[in-house]
Ligand binder design. Structure first.
Ligand code: ADE
Ligand code: ZN
Length: 319
């Protein structure tokens, strides 16, 4: 019986397994530049975040209809349930779909076909977090938030993802202020490849409640002290960090030192179809390779519910 946990850092487009990619390609008449799933898997040898993002955006071409997004989300929820996930806060990247002529409604309503019945079908409560692509303009982010207005009853928060270096959080101050005024919760990727200063900026300029990754905070002791004092949760993704070469090997991952420092850490899967594992696989990896004790794993699981956007009563039921 896997440890019950919440997943707080999961890009739904990053759950597209090669088999489903080919199935959707056939359904939609899209030709992928790979002969089969084996050849596609061979492309999963990444040098850094950008080399992964290139493939991630390329494969999205197969996602065209509401049913495609529903199938994608249902496949993720089934895998997550088998690994003990009871609550999932799911990122999606609307700008990557709008740019291909797929509407906000197609994406959100499609995802909702799966999320709306997830508790009954998979035993997983869900939240949706709309991410802005930080390598697009601030104006594009504002237009995207505008396009999401009819769907705000389905969307809990906003996030910031894609290529980090050279795209500091402050660029998105205005759209985060607008999101806050709409009652949306706020998170942002920071300190994955980018410097610790981006983490500080995400807190101060964007008002984020959680930091996605935040790994590089360890280079700045004063920042670590602040994150501990303010109890800002970090959504770490250990297998992702190895695959994107943010750490050399899993054995070098700073998670044990981060927990020892008193940081509120959670363990998540990021883009599990690409990085070799879902939430439970990430827990198993840090257990076996980093030697985290059962007590530490329970702390990580407890943190995941406490750091979630579940209301108090829901949180109690989930645990
Ligand atoms: N989009 C999908 N996965 C991402 C990651 N790990 N970092 C930034 N943007 C992403
Ligand atoms: Zn991510």
């Amino acid at each position: 019986m896997p440890l019950p946990k919440a997943e707080l850092h999961l890009h739904i487009e990053g759950t597209l397994e090669p088999e489903l990619a080919f199935e959707l390609a056939a359904r939609n008449g899209v030709t992928l530049p790979y002969a089969d799933t084996d050849e596609l898997r061979k492309a999963y040898d990444f040098e850094d975040l950008q080399s992964f993002l290139n493939l991630y955006y390329e494969l999205m071409a197969v996602l065209r209809t509401e049913q495609d997004f529903a199938d994608l989300a249902n496949a993720y929820l089934a895998r997550a349930a088998a690994q003990g996930v009871r609550h999932a806060e799911i990122f999606f990247d609307p700008q990557a779909h709008l740019a291909r002529g797929v509407s906000m409604g197609t994406v959100v309503e499609g995802l909702w076909r799966a999320l709306g019945s997830s508790e009954e079908n998979h035993g997983i409560s869900t939240r949706l977090i709309l991410c802005f692509l930080r390598d697009e303009s601030a104006e594009s982010a504002l237009r995207t938030l505008d396009a999401a207005r009819p769907y705000l009853d389905r969307i809990t928060g906003v996030g910031l993802d894609s290529a980090e270096v050279g795209h500091p959080p402050v660029k998105f101050r205005e759209v985060y202020e607008a999101a806050a005024a709409l009652g949306l919760r706020r998170v942002a990727h920071a300190g994955e490849e980018g410097p610790p200063a981006y983490i500080t900026e995400a807190l101060d300029a964007l008002g984020v409640e959680r930091v996605d990754h935040g790994l590089r905070c360890m280079e700045d002791p004063a920042l670590v002290e602040r994150l501990v004092r303010e109890r800002i949760p970090l959504t770490l993704c250990p297998l992702s960090n190895v695959r994107l070469r943010t750490v050399d090997t899993l054995a070098d991952h700073p998670l044990p030192a981060m927990l020892d420092a008193g940081l509120v850490c959670t363990v998540n899967s990021d883009d599990p179809a690409y990085f070799g594992g879902y939430a439970g696989d990430n827990f198993a990896a840090v257990h076996h390779t980093l030697g985290l004790t059962e007590d530490r794993l329970r702390e990580l699981a407890r943190n995941s519910f406490l750091a979630s956007f579940l209301e108090d009563d829901e949180e109690r039921r989930a645990r």
